[in-house]
Design a protein around this ligand. Structure first.
Ligand code: HEC
Length: 435
């Protein structure tokens, strides 16, 4: 517990001493001078792109014609979420006791270098979701242990519910047709993980697009990357055509703060949505801790610093679980006397190893206190990478938010309708210009 409380303090000092002009610490901003907007995020269940255009959705015709969700669902987020989170035709595997909505407080400011975001939301649990599924020694081998609440082994009671809390931001600069009106629902499709008609591993393996991009499951994608009107997962365009869409700016920025895999090193990840949910070029702050050759972990906890080389299940929620390469990790020792039930993290987190466009979000810090996450974030405004959206003065962006709370991933999140955010421009939310 002590080590966990100490980590954010050390980090604060590291950020301040970084010292370069673009490295403004978002924690030092006078947030009281920046208005807060409260957004209601709600549980979308399996309301996919295809369902919204089908016979069971009364708004289907208008949605196909490009109408905004808010035309018919304004101020209905709570009602939608509370219905969809319980058993219904859009939710085959409801999570017991899950909240249908959450209030997300959002503040945004900017100066010459950066956009600054501050978020607050209440967690359902009286602990921060800082843990991620682990690797567990079963007496012979190291195997994944724990999973999100929507996963079958957790629903059947075979595995504990463990997953990290997350905050996601999707940004459109007007380059993605329809995003301003229909937001996230352009990216959520039948065939994806946890969605209706989830594509089988064999079908994905046999598909030309997925062969070309070397992916073995279906995740978020944009309709523009498919050839048919219903944007089917398996009707991908060629890589050439997809590259042209990207070069023309027809993709979404998707940046995610992760309580286990980025927060311990003061970062968020950086990705984009196009034909798949991609990560930006370079290296993420997190990478797998499983060595594919030895089938053993690459790192273990540094007992000299933490007091333990592995955790036990009863330690989860009590001790910090993140394995940070430059803070509390040492190379794995196969002869360290491992016992059945020993746990080490599935991922290694590192600020030092993160590089390139994937490492753009280096000024992000979340603190959980009294049942609430507060996340502050500085994002450089003038990013010139081909997989980022620069945030320019005088421009309006369409932004959508998601929170993953209470040990869920994939579609188990709470999401917002899209909202316009202006930087020195008229919009539903106008960023405060800092001196
Ligand atoms: C032309 C009006 C209209 C538009 C536009 C529209 N809807 Fe609907 N939608 C309805 C009506 C009417 C219902 C059924 C009553 C209700 O739940 O509000 C409905 C139901 C739903 C439901 C199921 C809720 C339930 O009660 O089972 C979801 C989810 C939904 N809409 C999402 C969306 C999303 C997301 C968009 C934008 C992409 C959208 N709708 C656009 C009219 C519309």
């Amino acid at each position: 517990m002590k080590a966990f409380r100490l980590a954010p303090i050390t980090l604060g000092i590291a950020l301040l001493s970084a010292g370069s002009a673009s490295a403004a610490d978002p924690a030092t901003i006078n947030w009281k001078s920046v208005p807060a907007k409260t957004l209601t995020l709600f549980y979308p269940a399996q309301s996919s792109f295809q369902w919204l255009r089908g016979a069971d959705h009364p708004g289907a015709k208008m949605v196909s014609g490009g109408e905004a969700c808010l035309t018919c669902h304004k101020d209905r987020e709570d009602a939608l979420g509370n219905k969809l989170v319980k058993a219904n035709k859009l939710e085959p595997t409801p999570i017991e006791g899950k909240n249908g909505s959450v209030q997300l407080s959002f503040q945004v400011a900017y100066d010459k270098e950066n956009a600054y975001f501050r978020f607050q939301w209440k967690t359902r649990n009286n602990y921060p979701g800082e843990a991620y599924p682990m690797l567990r020694f079963d007496g012979k081998e190291w195997k994944p242990y724990g999973a999100q609440k929507l996963a079958a082994p957790v629903r059947k009671g075979e595995q504990p519910a463990i997953y990290e809390d997350r905050l996601s931001i999707m940004i459109d600069d007007g380059g993605v047709p329809g995003f301003a009106k229909q937001g996230c629902w352009l990216t959520c499709h039948n065939g994806e993980r946890d969605n209706p008609n989830q594509a089988s591993a064999a079908d994905v393996k046999a598909n030309p697009l997925f062969q070309a991009i070397k992916r073995n499951d279906v995740r978020k994608y944009l309709p523009s990357t498919r050839t048919d009107a219903l944007a089917s997962w398996d009707k991908g365009k060629s890589l050439d055509e997809i590259a042209k869409i990207k070069a023309a700016g027809g993709f979404l920025d998707l940046i995610q703060w992760r309580a286990h895999r980025s927060n311990p090193v003061g970062m968020a990840d950086d990705g984009y949505v196009l034909e798949y949910r991609n990560f930006d070029a370079g290296k993420n702050p997190f990478s797998s801790n499983m060595d594919p050759k030895t089938k053993q972990p690459r790192f273990m906890y540094d007992a000299k610093k933490t007091g333990y080389k592995a955790l036990r299940i009863e330690d989860i929620r009590k001790k910090p679980t993140a394995l940070v390469r430059e803070q509390n990790a040492v190379p794995f020792d196969p002869k360290a006397g491992w016992k059945e039930g020993d746990l080490v993290s599935q991922y290694v987190v590192s600020r030092a190893d993160a590089t390139g466009s994937a490492a753009d979000n280096k000024q992000v810090k979340g603190v959980w206190k009294d049942g609430m996450w507060t996340v502050v974030w500085a994002r450089q405004r003038n990013l010139a990478n081909p997989d980022d959206k620069a945030l320019r003065e005088g421009k309006v962006y369409n932004i959508a938010f998601a929170v993953h709370d209470d040990n869920v991933t994939s579609r188990g999140h709470l999401v917002s309708f899209p909202v316009s955010v202006g930087f020195g421009a008229k919009a539903a939310i106008e960023a405060t210009r800092l001196k």
